[in-house]
Design a protein around this ligand. Structure first.
Ligand SMILES: [Ca+2]
Length: 528
């Protein structure tokens, strides 16, 4: 905003701009000589006319700017990235066709409003079922398998010599002012990727994650600025105001520490939630209070968005880095089935490539995005880099070997199909993890179908996740040809990008499984 309000100085320098002008350089109004001494009456009138014409032209530029029609104006972007926020954690449905795609306990009026003001994506995905790999994916537009980074703990095989979102935007317009506030969780400094303002190499700890006291972590406690939700938002608003004041387009990623453990909330939220009736799926008061505080911070952001009159030229994107916690507190269940997890109707949650681990809230509001609209087209974290580049006119600066595709055409028409490479969306988790499925697994989604493949168990499951997001019915036996096609696409992709193999994996910290021998208990859901 505001860039088009700059005076076009070429108007002042172009003496032939007005054909009948007899002005020469000595009469230029910005000359330091004393021009008035040599002005005739006629020349004075012409100067007045030029000044009037210039004023009218300036007004026209201002009007075009205010109408959002000025092609020169670079768009702003706000990316709100939440942590561990499940698909059903809002009080608004993520899929308007399903009443069970929302919380039966939480109240999130501001996040609901965000959805209502733009387009919600019922099939929005995180690139990984855990924090850090998704954050790499967002910055670089590539899948965790390609980036060789699929875990949070343990060895990090990522090549940090990548091109990030700010660099791409600045290639199109060097005036872009870029900030990253909150959780970073990438093992390289944000400045390296073009962030002008940032919090450094933050992880979970800076947001209040202790992991030392199980009761405190999962039982919850109060703080005035829980999970830094309010200070993060206030700092983000300050940054946006500074950008406007300096007449620079901006990109800001507000990376919330909420709603990752520890469960932290303020007293007011905890008191308020105490009056809400328990749901059948969601009942955890501390967690609901934390979600409520996050929602209040989103409300502050939306208020600022309106107060700063950003709607004409600013896209606000909202998503989560992975699915929600499957249970509270954490369980070491090795994939053992449990009834109705916290992401129900989705199966399981964080750490797993079932829909509960990767399907997440995903919404975009901004100029040209129809309010209250919904797209059912699958979109994913690593689409954001090419999307922002597309909107900002920066596609020439995109790096090679991107997995993401621009979702800009979908923002114009929610029924648009994104042209993806044959492999569709690939997810890869080649690790043993006792709090999750505890067996290396990968998944691929092409069209409506998803293949979920378990390496040690030598078992593949096929689901129509468009119609059956609960993954309740394994369609493999009745559709072996389709399953074979998906398997080939999956293996071709993993080979092509040199993905980590389970037998080479360092596994999940020290909770090692025995490669090829440790098998998930999950498959008891799907007896042959
Ligand atoms: Ca996370």
């Amino acid at each position: 905003m505001g860039k088009a309000l700059l005076i076009d100085t070429s108007l002042l320098k172009t003496k032939n701009h007005y054909p009948d002008s007899t002005l020469n350089d000595s009469m230029h109004p910005h000359m330091t000589k004393n021009p008035a001494a040599s002005l005739s009456i006629t020349q004075g009138l012409k100067l007045t006319w030029i000044a009037s014409a210039f004023y009218l032209k300036l007004c026209l530029i201002c009007m075009l700017s205010l109408g959002g029609l000025c092609a020169k104006e670079a768009p702003n972007f706000i990316l709100v990235l939440t942590d561990d926020q499940g698909w059903t954690s809002l009080s608004a449905a993520m899929d308007l066709r399903r009443t069970d795609s929302k919380s039966d306990y939480h109240k999130t009026p501001n996040m609901d409003a965000l959805l209502e003001r733009g387009m919600r994506f019922s099939n929005g995905y995180a690139a990984a079922p855990v924090c850090s790999p998704t954050r790499y994916s967002i910055q670089f537009g590539k899948s965790p398998a390609r980036l060789n980074y699929t875990r949070v703990l343990g060895r990090n095989g990522a090549d940090h010599n990548q091109v990030g979102i700010p660099q791409v935007l600045k290639a199109a317009d060097e005036e872009y002012f870029c900030a990253h506030l909150g959780k970073w969780h990438i093992s390289a400094d944000p400045e390296r990727y073009g962030y002008d303002v940032h919090d450094g190499k933050t992880t979970n700890r800076e947001g209040g994650f202790t992991m030392k006291n199980h009761i405190r972590e999962w039982g919850g406690y109060s703080e005035d600025d829980p999970k830094r939700v309010f200070s993060l938002t206030n700092r983000a608003i300050d940054f946006m105001q500074k950008s406007l004041k300096e007449e620079r387009p901006f990109f800001i990623q507000i990376s919330h520490y909420a709603v990752h453990s520890d469960l932290v909330y303020n007293e007011d939220a905890f008191d308020e939630v105490g009056n809400w009736p328990d749901g059948k799926v969601h009942q955890n008061r501390a967690y609901a209070a934390m979600v409520h505080n996050l929602d209040q911070s989103i409300g502050l952001l939306l208020e600022a968005y309106d107060a700063m009159d950003l709607a004409e030229n600013t896209y606000l994107i909202f998503t989560s880095d992975n699915g929600g916690m499957p249970t509270l507190p954490i369980q070491l269940n090795k994939g053992k089935p449990y009834p109705a997890g916290l992401n129900s109707p989705l199966l399981r949650g964080k750490w797993d490539l079932t829909e509960g681990g990767i399907r997440v809230p995903f919404a975009v509001m901004g100029p040209g995005v129809e309010a209250g609209s919904q797209s059912n087209e699958p979109v994913i974290s690593y689409d954001l880099l090419p999307t922002l580049a597309d909107i900002a006119g920066a596609t020439d600066a995109l790096p090679d070997e991107l997995d993401g595709r621009s979702i800009r055409p979908v923002l114009k028409n929610p029924d648009t199909k994104i042209q993806r490479p044959p492999e569709g969306l690939v997810f890869h988790f080649p690790h043993y993890n006792v709090v999750g499925l505890n067996e290396p697994h990968s998944a691929i989604r092409i069209g409506d179908h998803k293949l979920l493949k378990f390496t040690s168990s030598k078992r593949e499951l096929l689901f129509n996740v468009a119609d059956d997001p609960s993954e309740s019915e394994d369609l493999y036996e009745a559709n072996t040809a389709l399953a074979g096609k998906l398997n080939t696409a999956l293996e071709t992709y993993l080979d092509a990008v040199g993905a980590e193999k389970p037998e080479d994996s360092n596994s999940w910290k020290d909770w090692n499984g025995r490669s090829g021998a440790t098998k998930t208990l999950f498959l008891s859901r799907y007896p042959k």
